[in-house]
Design a protein around this ligand. Sequence first.
Ligand code: TMP
Length: 215
Amino acid sequence: MPHNTTDSQEAPFIVIEGLDGAGGTTQCRLLQSWLERHGHSVLSTNEPTGQPVGTFIRSVLQDPHSKVGDEVLAYLFAADRQDHLTRTILPALSSDTVVISDRYYHSSLAYQSLSLDFDFVAQLNVPFRAPDITIFLLLEPETSFARVQERGLPLERFETLDRLRSIAASYNRVIDYCQKRGEHIVCLDATQSIEEIHDRICSEISLLINIPQPL
Ligand code: TMP
């Protein structure tokens, strides 16, 4: 197991990951409701955060003329993650609240290693506590791009078909890297229906925290 993984006294830390348009945000919301219906206290959160560093990152992602380079962005994501852990995630876990994060360091490994050395990004993220389970929603980059376009919003920094193709390949490397570190990884096909994916996620989580199958 990674040295910085769970303390068995704490509530579990769950991460949902995947390409833009993979449905991670929807699945986080559904999982939160399901866990709450089973009597758990749940904190649903996301990266980049809504805290100062995360808010600045979002503005960089949305600005096609941003002068913030890729290496600085990698440090910013790490700074936001440090803030996220100390301010939000760790206090919740120690007060027996299940934490669900929409994206975590796996996104940095997949997205920032597009233009930076994978080992450099991995080293930046070594200090951060590993999740107890990470669900990867796997999607073809063409489907990801089509879903992003359907939103009708301005495209962000990584939302081009070429970049999404590279990030999809990079996620495979991330999965391999995390499995070798002993992380608990579950890969699901993100082209299944929302309900099918939700049911699969609930089954996995109920094994982890010992609660009944979906209501
Ligand atoms: P989202 O909120 O729609 O998921 O968008 C967040 C974007 O930021 C998405 O394109 C992935 C990217 N990202 C990184 O590049 N590195 C990171 O560490 C994180 C958390 C997100």
